[in-house]
Design a protein around this ligand. Structure first.
Ligand code: MN
Length: 189
């Protein structure tokens, strides 16, 4: 088992949850991204970028914003398996992340520059080609005085033709994959 997914697998009881068991994706063509709206103990959007066969993952409490002035807190969490991008449904209440997950947007992402270097430097620039998220964005690691809280990043829209003067995402409240509302997913309709 890849070390990358050890933490993911450790947190979950796959007898209890229908989320996929962590394994690496085998081939690399175009890089996929997914954003999953997750209503759990706290509501957030899980922003996931495919790299090296796994999904790099950040939890964004307020979700992405098209307004270049918004700096959205993005907590880096453990890598998720590539197949997680297909997960939509309910995680049992007593399990890690218990709640409802909606596939909110998906598509391809294109690193602007070397993504490994960007991650190491704490400034990852990229272009999204999704249905709801399009254009250039950047993830910047929050510089702290101490070594603590290294997992805090900011997700920011870069200036381009797609930028708006408001967040521009609140009208999207159904699954991009199945068209279902959060309630329909919760009730498994
Ligand atoms: Mn989540």
């Amino acid at each position: 088992m890849s070390k990358d997914l050890e933490e993911y697998n450790k947190k979950r009881d796959f007898e209890m949850t229908q989320e996929p068991k962590g394994k690496l994706k085998e081939s690399n063509d175009s890089l996929r991204f997914v954003v999953q709206h997750h209503i759990a103990s706290s509501e957030h959007y899980d922003f996931r970028l495919e790299l090296n066969g796994v999904l790099l993952s950040w939890a964004v409490p307020k979700g992405p914003s098209y307004n270049t002035k918004d700096r959205r807190l993005a907590m880096k969490v453990e890598d998720h398996p590539f197949d997680y991008r297909n997960f939509e449904g309910t995680i049992p209440k007593d399990q890690y992340g218990g709640g409802t997950v909606m596939i909110w947007d998906e598509g391809t992402w294109h690193p602007l520059g070397d993504p490994e270097e960007g991650l190491a430097k704490g400034e990852l620039k990229f272009k999204l080609e999704g249905s709801r998220l399009i254009g250039n964005w950047v993830l910047i690691r929050w510089k702290m005085k101490s070594d603590q809280k290294q997992n805090r990043w900011l997700l920011i829209k870069e200036r381009d033709d797609y930028a708006k003067d408001h967040e521009g995402i609140s009208e999207f409240n159904t699954s991009i994959r199945t068209g279902r509302s959060m309630e329909e997913i919760r009730e498994d309709k």
